[in-house]
Design a protein around this ligand. Structure first.
Ligand SMILES: [Zn+2]
Length: 454
């Protein structure tokens, strides 16, 4: 029945951490602090600010295509359930979560199924007639290494938010490009080539994206300041919001080096499905040494089809922000007699006690988070000593102008937080989370890493 409340072992109130949760009337209520969480189609939505809202219902044909894609046939009772899922949805506070949580139909389409009603992509912003409004921004993260080689053209991921009133246009006229420059320790300019990086899409006010930017380094060596900024071509430099970071220019390897101990497997490239199957095998192998008891595993981002669902003797928790996907997945798995706990919650605020899981795994999920290191740092607190975090099928390499795929671009335009990191950037990310890769391999451009505490 809709609104049935499954009991999920270990589940805590994210507000007060009490495990005393009472399910009734389509809600989970915390007996300690009184917080209340919606339960949609047996999936608890464990966000502090989640509100049930009325959603748009797709047409009948789309619902039947969706049922077909999930192997559910076309029984009218199922069609009714799916219709109800669309009608009663959940809304959270964060814009990025909101975008990630409404990608269900696109994801099913992405697996090769024909589903009506194409996803919405952002249009390019119209040119600002007099360019009077000054674009504003804030650098939120950078992946610039602390040491860079001299006289080289390096690249690093930079992340910024448009904090101003106008869009950052990516096409002429008045397009905005990343602009970097160098200063010595006393603040004097240091000569380096002026290579500007175009943006892949228009960035509207409030949007945050990650861009791999060219960072040409000076011939001179020593301790320097790298200024990260923007230029609005033909109009002005945008140095008011620039950020300076310390970088030592000197002897460092030029080009993407593989972190120590990592293995790189040169092609041929596997298909998406084959790569995921390969990752499932790696996960089975990693779990082997822990097999002295029934395992408790959290999969983050498993959506309709959690990749760890086939594992024997495992209590699987599947966490995602796509409430529709979770409800459909719950329906499919329950029908197949597979016991998986589906829940909607924040991976940066997990509603479970510390050291609760034997392993936390993510398949092609980590790179979608605005700050992957922050997520890993939090997730690590929920893994028991001797357990691990499995990061699987993560894209490796910079997607930069000229090499950007239509698929990647289309995701960006829809507002999805697409990013791709180099092996060194992943390595730095893991270290920032106080983790290290005990095993890491890259199959062409797909990372599989078993992370343990530093
Ligand atoms: Zn509470």
């Amino acid at each position: 029945m809709l609104g049935g409340t499954p009991s999920i072992a270990g589940l805590e109130c994210p507000r007060c951490r009490s495990a005393d949760l009472d399910g009734h009337g389509g809600r989970l209520e915390c007996r300690d602090c009184g917080s209340s969480y919606p339960v949609l189609g047996r999936v608890p939505v464990m966000f502090r600010d989640a509100l049930p809202v009325a959603g748009d219902e797709p047409d009948t044909a789309t619902i039947h295509q969706l049922l077909g894609a999930l192997g559910l046939g076309s029984a009218s009772v199922d069609a009714l359930r799916v219709r109800q899922m669309f009608r009663r949805q959940a809304r959270f506070g964060d814009e990025q979560l909101r975008v990630e949580s409404v990608q269900l139909l696109d994801r099913v389409r992405g697996t090769g199924h024909s589903i009506g009603g194409a996803g919405r992509e952002a249009e390019d912003a119209p040119p600002d007639a007099d360019a009077a409004a000054v674009p504003r921004y804030r650098w939120t993260l950078d992946y610039v290494p602390p040491v860079l080689p001299r006289a080289a053209e390096t690249m690093a991921n930079l992340r910024f938010r448009n904090t101003g009133p106008v869009a950052f246009r990516h096409r002429p006229p008045n397009e905005v490009k990343v602009h970097v420059s160098w200063f010595d320790e006393s603040g004097g300019p240091v000569d380096a080539p002026d290579v500007r990086t175009p943006l892949p899409i228009d960035v509207p006010p409030g949007r945050e994206i990650t861009v791999p930017a060219f960072i040409p380094t000076p011939r001179a060596t020593g301790r320097m300041q790298l200024r990260l900024s923007f230029v609005q071509e033909g109009v002005r430099f945008l140095h008011d919001d620039a950020k300076r970071i310390p970088v030592r220019v000197g002897d460092a390897p030029d080009g993407p080096a593989l972190p120590a101990g990592w293995v790189w497997n040169e092609g041929p490239r596997r298909s998406y499905d084959e790569d995921h199957r390969h990752a499932q095998e790696a996960l089975k192998r990693w779990l082997m040494p822990l097999r002295d008891r029934r395992l408790r595993i959290l999969e983050i981002g498993g959506n309709v089809h959690p990749m760890a669902a086939g594992l024997a003797n495992v209590d699987l928790y599947n966490l995602d922000v796509d409430v529709l996907g979770l409800q459909l997945g719950e329906m499919v798995h329950r029908r197949d007699g597979r016991d998986v706990a589906f829940l909607c919650a924040d991976a940066e605020d997990l509603p479970f006690p510390p050291a609760f899981f034997d392993a936390v795994v993510m398949f092609a999920t980590l790179h979608h988070f605005p700050d992957p290191a922050r997520v890993l740092g939090h997730v690590a607190t929920r893994v028991r000593p001797g357990g691990f975090i499995g990061v699987l099928c993560e894209p490796v390499g910079h997607i930069h102008p000229g090499a950007i795929s239509q698929e990647f671009l289309s995701e960006l335009r829809k507002g999805v937080n697409e990013q791709s990191f180099t092996a060194s950037e992943y390595d730095a990310m893991f270290r920032r989370a106080r983790l290290r890769a005990e095993e890491a391999s890259i199959d062409v451009d797909s990372l599989k890493a078993r992370l343990v505490p530093l």
